[in-house]
Design a protein. Structure first.
Lengths: 425, 919
C-alpha cells in the first residue's frame, strides 16, 4: 500500500472541475498518448495484469471483458464504448464526484479504453439528474475536441474517436449494461439476453464495451504507473484504490478515496466518524442498496470484492448505507423495495410481480397488518428472484437487503406482527 | 440431431432448437407464455423454467429457462424437478396478482392459455391480498376488443404487432407491473393483421370484437375444417357455429401456408353469412311481383326449364370446383362460360400456363426468401396473408450473420439486435404505394406496362436469352441491374406478381425472371436451404417448393379452379344470348362486378330466363327470374384451388339452414327432374368422381381430402368439441329428447360431439384441441414437430405435377406506354377492406371500407389546379362516374387510380384510358 489517491488527488478543494489546461498541467493526457503507441492487445494485457475489476458493482475483471472484443481488420465497425455514468443506485454517489470534479480524467480513460478495443464511437451515458455533471462533461468534451484529442484524428492518430454525452431519460434500468444499450438506441430500457454479450453484439449490433466511470478513471493511472503500482495501491487482494462512501446517521457522511481493502470498521469509524451520538449500529449495506446487510460482527471485513463476498454480501459500489437503532429496519427495507419495485422494467415476471408483492407486504407490516405467513412469503420472494430466475440482475440485487434483513432483523419483523404497528413510529 | 436426457431418459432432438421447442416436440407439457413458435424466444415470462444439470454427477442443478437454452448434445434436464415445479407455479401466481379472475365473463374463457397453464402448474389458491392494478381500456376499432386488466405482461402482442407484422401504431407503455399494451390513444388498429392479437394473446386482453356481439364459448361451438373464401391464398380456417349462426373465425394451422396467422379480411369477413343480405328463399319473379317458392318446387321449375336446349351457364371464381363442374354438367361444356371478364380469364389462363412451368412458392417458403422482387402487385390488399410472409423475408439476409456469432435464430431479440435496421434486398415496382414499401430497399412507380418493361429488363440481365428491352430509360435500366444482381447473389430469390394490375406483360415478365432464376439455381447447384442454415428449412410435403421462385396472386378463392374447367369467355355468353340463348344460369356470381353495367343490362333484357344461384342478394339475383338460395361457404362443402394450384377441401360448419342448399345440389335436383345422368349424384364424392373422369388433370382434387367413407375406428370425425356444457340441452325447451344429429352424407365429419377421439388427418381437422390444451396453443400438440406440418402432412394437394424443366421465355416486350393528351391511364387500386365482394358485407369490414373515389398523383392534381375532395367526373368510354378526388403523392403521374370492386366502379374493365372533368 503506497497511500496514493490517484483518482481524486488533483481535484480542487472548491469542487470546481479541472479545465483541460489544469488537467494537462497535472500530467493529464499523457497516458493516452502512451496508449496510442501501444498495440491494443498490449493495453488489454496491462489492464488485465493490473487486476482492475469493474467498479459499477459486479466487479468483473476489466481486461478480461475487453479480451472478447474482436480486433483487427476483420472486426465489425463501428465499435462502441459507453461510460456508464447512470449512477442511480440509492446510497451511491461516487461517480458523481469524478464526473463533476475531473471530467477530463474520465475522457482520457475512455480514450484509452477506445484504443484497447479499437472503438470508433464513445458515449457518456449520464444520469439525467446529474445536471451539473452534464454541463461539466459537455464542456470537457468540447475542450477535448478543440484540442484535437477527439474527432477524426485524435492526437494525430489514424483511428478517429467521436465522443458524445447522452443524458439518460431517468430510469434505474438504464444503468443496467444491456438496458443502457437499448436506451442508447432509443428503445425501452429492457435488458437483453446474454449471450450474445455486448462485446460481440452490443450497441446497434456492434461490438461494445460498457464500463463504469470509476473503472475508466483508473485507466490513465494504470497506463502511466503500471500494473505493479496499481496492485500496490491496495491493502487487500483486489487491486487499486477505491472510492468509498457512507450515508445514514453517521457523524461525517461523505466520500473518500482509500486503498482497496480498507476494513469496514475503519471506514465507518475513522472516515465517517462513527454513528451520531446516542445511536448504535444495527447493520449496514456495504455497497449500495442492492447488497446484503452486514452487521457489527463484520466490521473487520476488508472492503474488497473477495472479502465482502466471503462475508455474505457484495462490495457493490463501495458506498455504505448505515442503519442505526433508532431507524426501523423494516421501514428501511420497505423504502428500498419500493424503489426497486418501481424501477422494475416490467420485462420478467419474478421481478415485476415479486418486487411489488414484497413491497406491499413490507408496507403492510409497517402498518401493523402483517402476519407470520407474510414473512414466509417474503422469504419465498427472495428465492423466487434469485440469480438466474430473473432476466437480469435487478431483482436478485433488490432482494439482497430483504433476504439479509429477514436473517439479521427477524425479531424486528416479529415485533411489527406482535404489536400490530411499527415499534419505531 | 442431439441426444438430451429429460428426467433421466434419453431423447433425440433437433440440436438447432431450444429446449422448450424440443420438450414440446416430444409431447411434454411444459408451460410457457412469451415464447411463440413463430416469434421465437425472448425469456420474459420465465414460465418454462426447468432444471439443468451439468452432468450425470450433478445432483443439484440449476433453474434455466427452457426457451432460452439450446438443446445441445448431452444436455441433462428435469421438468419434474420439485424446485422447477414450484418455480413455475410461482410464476403463474405472480401473473395472477393483477389478473381479474373474470373468466365467467371473459370471451377467452374455455380457450384461454392462461387458464390451461394455471391448471398445468397447479396454482389454485390466491395469496396476494392487495389491490390489483387496473387500467383504462381503449377503443381499437370494430375488430379487436381491448381489456387490459387481464394482461399478464408476456409481451407477445407487441412483438407480433411491431416486430413480426411491422405495425407502428401499437406499443408497450409504462414499466414495472404497469406495462400497458395498446395504442398511444384510442383508435382503429392500422395493421391488416391486427386480428391475430386475439390468438397471440394468451388470455383475454385482445378478443374478437365481432364475436363479442354474438358470443359463444368454444366448447359450445361446432367447427369445420375450412378454407378462406376471401382471396386466392387459401388460408385454412376454423369457422365456429351455434344455433345456426356463424359465430367467428379462427386460424386453422397449415404448415405450408398460413401457419399461425390470418389477415383481418379472412378473420372478420365471415359476418356476411349472418347478414340480411343473404338470399334465403327461392324466389320467382312474376309480372305481379316476386313469389317465394319452397325448395322442391323451385328445383322442379329449374328442371323443367332445362328442357330448353338454349341454356347456358356462367360459372364463378368464388364458387367451389364442384359447383362449377355441376353447372358445366347442366349446360354442357360448349355452353359453360367463365364468370369473369374476358381479360381476367386470359390472365388466369396465362397464369396457369406459367404455373405449370414454374412452381409457386407456398407462403412459408416465402418467409425464407433472401431476395424479393414484387412486380406490380399490392400484395397486402390483394393476397393479404402473403404480405405477412413476405415481411419476414427481409430478415433472412441479415440473419446470415448469426451463424458466425453462434447466435441461434430462435433467440429472437438477440437476432433482431444484431440485425438492427438492416434488411435483405426487397424491391417493389407498383403503380402506387403498397403496405410493404417500408421494408423495400428501392421502389419504382409506373403504369403496368412500364413495370413489365422493368421486369423484362431484370429477366434479361439474369438470362441473356430472355428478351432485351429496347429504349429503357437509363434510370430503369440501372435499377433492373441492381435488382438482377440482388436476385442473382441470393440463395433463395423470389419474384412475386399477380393479376392485380390486370396486365399480361407483367405476368410474362415475372415468369421470365422466375425462369431465369431457376436456371441459375440449377447451374449453380443450389437447392434447398442448407440443413444447418439459420434460415430454417420449413418442412413441407413437396420438395419442389424449395426451388419455387415465383408467386402469382390471383383474385379469388377459386379463380384458378374456374379457369381449369375450361370455361368460354364471358363475352361469348353475351354473343350466345344475342344468338338466341334464352336461359342463363348464373352461379354464385354478380355479373355487375364482371361486366360494364350497360352490357349487363342488355344481357338481362335479352333473356327469357335469368336464373341466379347465390348465397347473397346482388343486383344479379334481384334481376333474376328465378333466384335460388345457395349455401354460403361455411354451410357448404367444396374444393378451392389456390394460387399455388393447391386443391383444398372446405367443409360446412353446419347444414345450410332453411331452403338453402349447396349449389351443386340445386343443379343436381334440376338434372334429376330433367332425367339426366348427373341427376343421380348422391354425394359430393359422386361429383368429384365425375369431375375426375372428365378432367384427368383435376383427379388430384378428389384426393385433397379423405372421401365420405373415411372412418377412424369405424367412426366419423366430430365437428364439436367434447361435451363440457349443456349443449345437448339446446332444444330441451321444445323437447327433452335430444334430436338426432343432422346427417352429413357428403363428408367423413359428423355434426356431433361424438366420434373418433383421435387426431384425424389434417384436411379434416376441424379445430385445435388436446387434453389440457384448450386454446389455440393446442396446435403444438397436433404438429409432427413444433412449427412443422400437422400430423399426416399439410392439407391439400397440387393439382398439376411438379414442373420438370422447360425454361421458356416470353418474347413480347411491351413498348413504353405513349401518353395521350388529355387522357389518363385508369388503373385499379385495391383495398383489403372493400374490394372483395363477400367480406365487404360484414359490418366490421364495411366500416373500414373506403368510399368510391378517384385518385390522381400530386403533380397531376397540381397541374390541373384540383384540390382534394373536389368532385370529378371519370369518363370511361361511354360511362361517367362522379367521384371525389383523392390526391395520392405516391401514385405515378399519368395514372388515375380507381378503387377496385367498390360501388358503381366494380364492373369497369381496367386498365383503360379515361378522361377526367370537373363535375
Amino acid at each position: 500500500m503506497n497511500g496514493e489517491r490517484p483518482l481524486t488527488r488533483d481535484m480542487k478543494p472548491d469542487g470546481e472541475p479541472l479545465s483541460l489546461q489544469e488537467y494537462e498541467r497535472a500530467g493529464g493526457y499523457r497516458a493516452v498518448r502512451q496508449a496510442l503507441r501501444m498495440a491494443p492487445e498490449a493495453i488489454t494485457r496491462l489492464v488485465s495484469d493490473s487486476g482492475l475489476r469493474g467498479r459499477g458493482g459486479a466487479g468483473f475483471p476489466t481486461g478480461q471483458k475487453w479480451s472478447f472484443v474482436p480486433l483487427g481488420a476483420e472486426a465489425p465497425h463501428p465499435k462502441y464504448l459507453a461510460a456508464n455514468a447512470d449512477e442511480m443506485e440509492p446510497g451511491t454517489f461516487k461517480d458523481r464526484w469524478l464526473l463533476e470534479g475531473n471530467p477530463h480524467q474520465l475522457l482520457e480513460g475512455m480514450m484509452i479504453a477506445a484504443c484497447a478495443i479499437e472503438a470508433d464511437v464513445a458515449y457518456v451515458f449520464l444520469r439525467g439528474e446529474y445536471t451539473l455533471a452534464a454541463r461539466r462533461v459537455e464542456r470537457a468534451i468540447a475542450e477535448a475536441y478543440q484540442a484535437g484529442y477527439l474527432g477524426r484524428h485524435p492526437f494525430g492518430a489514424d483511428r478517429g474517436l467521436e465522443l458524445y454525452l447522452h443524458v439518460s431519460a431517468g430510469r434505474y434500468m438504464c444503468g443496467e449494461e444491456t438496458g443502457l444499450l437499448n436506451a442508447l438506441e432509443g428503445k425501452r430500457a429492457n435488458p437483453r439476453a446474454k449471450p450474445p454479450y455486448p462485446q460481440v453484439s452490443g450497441l446497434f449490433g456492434k461490438p461494445t464495451i460498457v464500463q463504469n466511470v470509476e473503472t475508466l478513471a483508473c485507466l490513465p493511472h494504470i497506463i502511466t504507473h503500471g500494473a505493479a503500482w496499481f496492485h500496490g495501491l491496495s491493502r487487500g487482494v483486489d487491486a487499486g484504490s477505491k472510492l468509498y462512501g457512507a450515508s445514514g446517521k453517521v457523524k461525517r457522511p461523505g466520500l473518500w478515496e482509500l486503498p482497496m481493502g480498507t476494513p469496514l470498521g475503519e471506514l465507518l469509524e475513522e472516515h465517517a466518524g462513527g454513528l451520531r451520538d446516542g445511536l448504535k449500529l444495527r447493520g449496514l449495506l456495504p455497497g449500495g442498496a442492492s447488497t446484503d446487510f452486514l452487521t457489527e460482527r463484520h466490521l473487520d471485513v476488508a472492503m474488497d470484492f473477495t472479502h465482502v463476498e466471503k462475508a455474505g454480501s457484495r462490495l457493490g459500489t463501495g458506498t455504505i448505507i448505515v442503519l442505526d437503532d433508532r431507524t426501523c429496519p423494516v421501514g428501511m427495507v420497505w423504502n428500498l423495495e419500493e424503489f426497486f419495485a418501481q424501477e422494475s422494467c416490467g420485462w420478467c415476471t419474478p421481478c415485476w410481480s415479486g418486487l411489488r408483492w414484497a413491497e406491499r407486504l413490507l408496507d403492510g407490516l409497517e402498518r401493523g397488518q402483517g402476519s407470520e405467513a407474510d414473512l414466509d412469503r417474503l422469504e419465498w420472494i427472495v428465492k423466487f428472484c434469485a440469480p438466474g430466475n430473473t432476466f437480469c440482475a435487478l431483482a436478485p440485487g433488490a432482494v439482497e437487503p430483504l433476504g439479509s434483513a429477514l436473517k439479521y432483523f427477524r425479531e424486528d419483523f416479529m415485533a411489527h406482527i406482535r404489536e400490530r404497528r411499527c415499534p419505531w413510529s | 440431431m442431439a441426444t438430451i436426457y429429460i428426467d433421466g431418459r434419453p431423447y433425440a432432438v433437433d440440436a438447432r432448437q431450444n429446449l422448450l421447442h424440443a420438450c414440446l416436440s416430444l409431447g411434454f407439457n411444459l408451460p410457457y407464455f412469451c415464447w411463440h413458435p413463430a416469434l421465437g424466444s425472448v425469456g420474459a415470462c420465465r414460465q418454462c423454467a426447468i432444471k439443468q444439470f451439468r452432468g450425470p454427477e450433478d445432483q443439484r442443478g440449476k433453474l434455466v429457462m427452457a426457451c432460452m437454452t439450446a438443446a445441445s448434445e448431452g444436455a441433462r434436464i428435469s421438468i419434474a424437478d420439485a424446485e422447477a415445479v414450484a418455480f413455475r407455479a410461482g410464476i403463474i401466481e405472480g401473473m395472477m396478482q393483477n389478473h381479474p379472475h373474470d373468466c365467467p365473463v371473459c370471451d377467452e374463457g374455455g380457450e384461454c392459455h392462461l387458464q390451461d397453464m394455471t391448471v398445468m402448474t397447479g396454482h389454485d389458491y390466491r395469496r396476494y391480498r392487495f389491490a390489483k392494478r387496473t387500467f383504462r381500456n381503449q377503443y381499437l376499432g370494430p375488430l379487436v376488443h381491448h381489456e387490459m386488466n387481464r394482461c399478464i405482461q408476456c409481451y407477445r402482442c407487441v412483438r407480433f404487432y411491431r416486430e413480426y407484422a411491422g405495425g407502428r401504431d401499437f406499443n408497450v407503455f409504462g414499466i414495472r407491473n404497469l406495462a400497458y399494451f395498446g395504442r398511444y390513444q384510442d383508435g382503429v388498429l392500422e395493421s391488416e393483421f391486427s386480428g391475430n392479437l386475439d390468438e397471440v394473446c394468451p388470455t383475454g386482453v385482445f378478443t374478437d370484437a365481432t364475436h363479442k356481439r354474438h358470443y359463444t364459448r368454444k366448447w359450445d361451438m361446432q367447427f369445420a375444417p375450412s378454407i378462406c373464401p376471401h382471396c386466392g391464398v387459401g388460408c385454412n380456417l376454423s369457422p365456429g357455429e351455434r344455433y345456426g349462426m356463424l359465430r367467428r373465425i379462427v386460424n386453422r394451422y397449415h404448415g405450408g401456408l398460413n401457419g399461425y396467422f390470418l389477415c383481418d379480411r379472412g378473420r372478420y369477413g365471415y359476418e356476411f353469412v349472418n347478414g340480411d343480405q343473404r338470399l334465403r328463399q327461392p324466389r320467382l319473379r312474376l309480372a305481379g311481383g316476386p313469389q317465394s317458392l319452397p325448395q322442391k318446387q323451385a328445383a322442379e321449375l329449374l328442371g323443367e326449364w332445362l328442357a330448353d336446349d338454349r341454356v347456358i351457364g356462367i360459372g364463378s371464381p368464388r364458387a367451389s370446383l364442384e359447383a362449377n363442374f355441376a353447372l358445366r354438367a347442366v349446360v354442357g361444356a360448349r355452353h359453360f362460360y367463365a364468370g369473369v371478364a374476358d381479360a381476367e380469364l386470359a390472365l388466369l389462363r396465362l397464369a396457369l400456363e406459367i404455373l405449370r412451368r414454374q412452381p409457386a412458392a407456398p407462403l412459408r417458403s416465402m418467409e425464407s426468401a433472401d431476395a424479393v422482387l414484387v412486380l406490380g402487385e399490392d400484395v397486402t390488399n390483394t393476397a393479404p396473408r402473403m404480405a405477412l410472409s413476405l415481411r419476414q423475408a427481409v430478415r433472412q439476409q441479415p440473419m446470415q450473420a448469426l451463424e458466425a456469432l453462434k447466435i441461434p435464430a430462435w433467440l429472437d431479440h438477440a437476432a433482431r439486435e444484431l440485425a438492427q435496421q438492416r434488411r435483405g434486398p426487397f424491391y417493389i415496382a407498383a403503380p402506387a404505394a403498397t403496405r410493404l414499401d417500408d421494408i423495400a430497399r428501392e421502389l419504382w412507380r409506373g403504369a403496368p406496362e412500364e413495370l413489365a418493361r422493368l421486369g423484362f429488363a431484370v429477366a434479361h440481365a439474369l438470362a441473356p436469352e430472355s428478351p432485351a428491352v429496347a429504349g429503357l430509360a437509363p434510370e430503369a435500366a440501372a435499377l433492373a441491374g441492381r435488382i438482377a444482381a440482388a436476385l442473382r447473389s441470393a440463395q433463395r430469390p423470389l419474384v412475386v406478381s399477380g393479376l392485380g394490375c390486370r396486365s399480361t406483360e407483367l405476368l410474362q415478365a415475372a415468369a421470365n425472371i422466375a425462369a431465369a432464376l431457376r436456371r441459375l439455381n440449377k447451374n449453380n447447384g443450389r437447392n434447398s436451404p442448407k440443413a444447418n442454415s439459420t434460415a430454417e428449412a420449413r418442412p413441407d410435403d413437396s420438395s419442389s417448393e424449395n426451388d419455387a421462385r415465383l408467386a402469382l396472386a390471383v383474385p379469388e378463392a377459386n379463380s384458378l379452379g374456374l379457369a381449369l374447367l375450361d370455361p368460354h369467355p364471358l363475352s361469348q355468353a353475351l354473343d350466345a344470348v344475342r344468338a338466341g340463348a334464352a336461359t342463363v344460369i348464373v352461379l354464385e356470381n354478380d355479373l355487375y362486378r364482371r361486366l360494364p353495367a350497360g352490357e349487363m343490362q342488355s344481357l338481362a333484357s335479352g333473356l327469357d330466363r335469368l336464373i341466379a344461384l347465390d348465397c347473397i342478394e346482388t343486383p344479379t339475383t334481384r334481376q333474376a327470374r328465378l333466384a335460388l338460395p345457395a349455401a354460403a361457404w361455411a354451410e357448404d362443402d367444396g374444393t378451392f384451388i389456390n394460387y399455388e394450384g393447391r386443391a383444398q377441401r372446405y367443409y360446412a360448419a353446419y347444414p345450410p339452414p332453411g331452403e338453402m342448399q349447396a349449389s351443386w345440389r340445386w343443379l343436381r335436383d334440376a338434372l334429376a327432374v330433367a332425367g339426366r345422368e348427373a341427376g343421380r349424384w348422391e354425394t359430393l364424392d359422386d361429383v368429384l368422381r365425375a369431375l375426375a373422369a372428365e378432367f384427368p388433370d383435376l383427379a388430384a382434387a378428389a384426393t385433397a381430402a379423405p372421401p365420405e367413407s373415411f372412418r377412424i375406428h369405424g367412426e366419423k370425425v366430430p365437428r364439436q368439441p367434447h361435451r363440457f356444457s349443456g349443449r345437448t340441452a339446446m332444444s330441451a325447451n321444445l323437447n327433452v329428447s335430444e334430436p338426432a344429429p343432422p346427417p352429413d352424407p357428403d363428408t367423413p365429419l359428423a355434426f356431433s360431439m361424438e366420434g373418433a377421439p383421435t387426431q384425424p388427418p389434417a384436411a379434416i381437422l376441424p379445430f385445435a384441441w388436446a387434453p389440457g390444451w384448450n386454446s389455440y396453443q393446442a396446435w403444438n400438440k397436433l404438429q409432427r414437430e413444433i412449427d412443422g406440418p400437422l400430423r399426416g402432412g399439410n392439407p391439400g394437394v397440387r393439382v398439376w405435377p411438379a414442373p420438370s424443366s422447360g425454361e421458356r421465355y416470353f418474347r413480347d416486350v411491351p413498348p413504353p406506354p405513349a401518353a395521350r393528351a388529355g387522357e389518363w391511364r385508369a388503373v385499379p387500386l385495391y383495398h383489403i377492406f372493400g374490394s372483395e365482394e363477400l367480406s365487404r358485407l360484414a359490418p366490421g369490414i364495411s366500416q373500414l371500407s373506403p368510399q368510391p373515389y378517384l385518385a390522381l398523383s400530386e403533380a397531376d392534381a397540381a397541374r390541373l389546379g384540383l384540390g382534394a375532395g373536389e368532385a370529378l367526373v371519370l369518363i370511361l368510354e361511354s360511362q361517367r362516374f362522379t367521384l371525389p378526388l383523392v390526391i395520392r403523392p405516391d401514385l405515378a403521374p399519368g395514372l388515375a387510380g380507381v378503387p377496385a370492386g367498390l360501388g358503381p366502379l366494380q364492373g369497369l374493365a381496367l386498365p383503360a384510358w379515361c378522361r377526367i372533368e370537373r363535375a
